[in-house]
Design a protein around this ligand. Structure first.
Ligand code: SF4
Ligand code: SF4
Length: 248
């Protein structure tokens, strides 16, 4: 049986998710034994840029019309499209202020030259094309990537945690930074999968993995306010990675 043809691409982002894949190191040989990586521009300039793909994995947000064109072209040649990382899944940091006046921002940063930039408000992949699966994280956890590939090869949808970072944090028996120390920790509304890496180090969660599916922002807001944080500060923290509306 021929191996599934896979493409791995980056739009506008930091390339951290693609690096996480390259960092699979000892598993990379197992990986290439199972899948045929046809197009991975960050790893090789020899990729086949035209062939049909069984699976495309795309990192980064859409912040230019060029990104949008590339994404549509990738979608067209791919049977299954996977959004890779928080920027691709949610818009990420790039989407933080996407409702602000773009032309004004460009002018403030680039002056007259701003008019020449191909720039549009940041969007997640699902706002442009149909996305079949998401692997969130900033960056993704390489174990999640490997598990997702294994699931896709078996014809199964990848499974992800549907619970918040707080659950993992409690399982690690950490003292709560929010309840006990009054720190603004986004664990209650952030999807788990990082094993509560930051609270474990006594650093409040900033929500880098995006919101948990059944996030209850109203109750989290009430809890944060009860701890004395004003709405402006809460909003500034929550909107960093979360999509517009999650924390409203
Ligand atoms: S420290 Fe943060 S992640 Fe851990 S239980 Fe408290 S709010 Fe949740
Ligand atoms: S604890 Fe929060 S900020 Fe830290 S890795 Fe996990 S989701 Fe990201």
């Amino acid at each position: 049986m021929s191996k599934p043809k896979v493409g791995i691409f980056g739009l506008t982002g930091c390339a951290g998710d693609q690096l996480a894949i390259l960092n699979c190191e000892d598993r990379l040989l197992d990986l290439v034994a199972l899948i045929d990586i046809r197009d991975f521009p960050m790893a090789s300039s020899d990729g086949n840029q035209e062939c049909a793909l069984d699976i495309a994995m795309v990192e980064g947000a859409v912040v230019t019309m060029r990104d949008a064109r590339r994404l549509r072209a990738i979608r067209q040649r791919s049977a299954t499209l996977v959004a890779l990382g928080t920027c691709a899944v949610w818009g990420g940091v790039a989407a933080m202020d996407r409702d602000l006046d773009r032309a004004k921002l460009l002018e403030e940063v680039y002056g007259e030259l701003g008019k020449e930039y191909d720039s549009c408000p940041a969007r997640a992949l699902h706002e442009i094309v149909k996305v079949d699966h998401n692997i969130t994280g900033c960056p993704i956890e390489k174990e999640h990537f490997l598990a997702a590939v294994a699931s896709l090869l078996n014809g199964d949808p990848p499974l992800y945690p549907a619970y918040p970072v707080c659950t993992e944090c409690r399982m690690r028996e950490n003292n709560c930074l929010l309840i006990e120390r009054g720190e603004l920790c986004c664990g209650p509304i952030t999807v788990a999968g990082c094993d509560a890496r930051c609270p474990q180090l006594r650093i409040p969660c900033v929500g880098c993995r995006g919101p948990v599916t059944d996030a209850n922002p109203a109750s989290a807001l009430a809890l944060f306010e009860e701890k004395g944080f004003d709405r402006e500060r809460i909003w500034a923290r929550l909107r960093t990675f979360a999509p517009v509306g999650v924390a409203s």
